[in-house]
Design a protein around this ligand. Structure first.
Ligand code: NAD
Ligand code: DAU
Length: 370
């Protein structure tokens, strides 16, 4: 299979490099859309259901940009997805849309099955129907890029080497099981129907626009609000942290030059225990926004009951991506964490609107093409 040319085509021939992104109003999707537009890579059709995690505030910088076409809708709506394929004739689809929070999946797994599994199945079927309408060269260049997670591999023992692309799938939470199921469907649609798919499995992301239910933004928000910083269990669980724009850059290079039918692990080679992440956040906040009377934010740390079935450790071996496609993360954990804290400090209004729920009004006021 030759390399894809649509990124360069998109630059050379305006309108030719249209990409359909799903879930582009969420954390990673919005960063991907904004980076794509900033790099001048072409038009994005952004399909998002605007669940609690979808926030058009995240896309304010793209408001009024004719290269960003936002469509409110569900990936399960086969009629709508077929219409978007027919109207815009994208050269790729990047599927970010998902229910993404492990704790929510424990309390209510239903939406995870509906969106992550059934929704991916419906998208695959819509993409397959569309791909059949393409000329052979367009079909070969078309990509269905499915964004998945390291959690599909389960939990690593303390001294085990990081997950590779051939590690066994052993998901443990309703969230990771739903993502694993979707990954299997994507693989099967390639193997059986020849759909040109690629799956990416990435480690924990952090950065701007992350919903403050996830560890890093939650801790920043609670610290500034004077609330307890709740660490589950002993706080020694380990995650492999990657700055979000490095994930987006990896997806771009995989879209451009990744091999069809392959999976690529993405990770920052940056394993940290949760308690160390929270200590680092407190130390940055102590310097940037000191508390009264020399108190440290560390004093707000509270160890609470553990997450049921809590995975102890994730770590990704990204050497295939590094060796084949030359990708390297641009941020270290130190630089990325500092940028992230500054972003949350500079964007207190964004956090406030998310916390109060008022971000949901933004749509009515600012987007007419819903
Ligand atoms: P997020 O929860 O911030 O955003 C998800 C987006 O999908 C939201 O905008 C939401 O409105 C939209 N959505 C949900 N259901 C939908 C549906 N049925 N139809 C259309 N849109 C729908 O999630 P995120 O953290 O940005 O993650 C994006 C993707 O990356 C997910 O597939 C997730 O599994 C994967 N991933 C996330 C991480 C991470 O650390 N956050 C790491 C690896 C992989
Ligand atoms: O590994 C990739 C995955 O990372 C993504 O696929 C998921 O979409 C994303 O949500 C994330 O899952 P985690 O469960 O690892 O992320 P979360 O931010 O929820 O938790 C990170 C770690 O911090 C985890 O060990 C649980 C712990 N934690 C989390 C919260 C919210 C706490 O100790 N306290 C908390 O309040």
């Amino acid at each position: 299979m030759g390399t894809v040319s649509f990124l360069s085509e998109a630059k050379a021939v305006p309108g030719k490099g249209t990409v359909l992104v799903t879930g582009g109003a969420g954390f990673i999707g919005a960063n991907f859309v904004l980076d794509w537009l900033a790099l001048g890579l072409g038009t994005i059709v952004n399909l998002d259901k605007l669940t609690y995690a979808g926030n058009l505030d995240n896309l304010a910088a793209a408001s009024g940009d004719p290269r960003h076409i936002f469509v409110e809708g569900d990936i399960n709506d086969a009629g709508l997805v077929a219409k978007l394929f027919a109207e815009h004739r994208p050269c790729a689809i990047v599927n970010f849309a998902a229910e993404s929070h492990v704790d929510r999946s424990i309390h209510g797994p239903g939406d995870f099955i509906t969106t992550n599994i059934v929704g991916t199945y419906r998208l695959l079927e819509s993409a397959r129907a569309y791909a059949q309408t393409l000329a052979p060269s367009e079909h070969d260049a078309f990509r269905f890029l499915h964004v998945s997670t390291d959690e599909a591999f389960g939990s690593l023992d303390g001294d085990a080497p990081p997950f590779t692309e051939t590690s066994r799938y052993l998901p443990n939470s309703p969230y990771s099981a739903s993502k694993a199921a979707a990954d299997h469907l994507v693989r099967a649609w390639h193997h059986t129907y020849g759909l040109p798919v690629i799956v990416t499995n990435c480690s924990n992301n952090y950065g701007p626009y992350q919903f403050p239910e996830k560890l890093i933004p939650l801790m920043i928000h609670h610290a500034l609000a004077g609330k307890p910083l709740p660490l589950y269990g002993d706080g020694r669980q380990r995650r492999d942290w990657l700055y979000v724009s490095d994930h987006c850059a990896a997806i771009r290079v995989i879209l451009e030059r990744g091999r069809v039918g392959e999976t690529y692990n993405i990770g920052g080679r940056n394993e940290q225990a949760n308690v160390d992440v929270v200590h680092a956040l407190c130390d940055i906040l102590d310097a940037e926004r000191p508390c009264a009377a020399g108190r440290s934010y560390r004093q707000q740390i509270a160890f609470v009951g553990d997450r049921p079935g809590h995975d102890r450790r994730y770590a990704m071996d990204a050497s295939k991506l590094e060796a084949e496609l030359g990708w390297q993360p641009a941020e270290t954990f130190e630089s990325g964490l500092r940028k992230t804290v500054r972003w949350y400090l500079d964007n207190a209004k964004w956090v406030e609107r998310v916390a109060s729920g008022s971000y949901r009004d933004w749509m009515q006021q600012n987007y007419s093409n819903r």
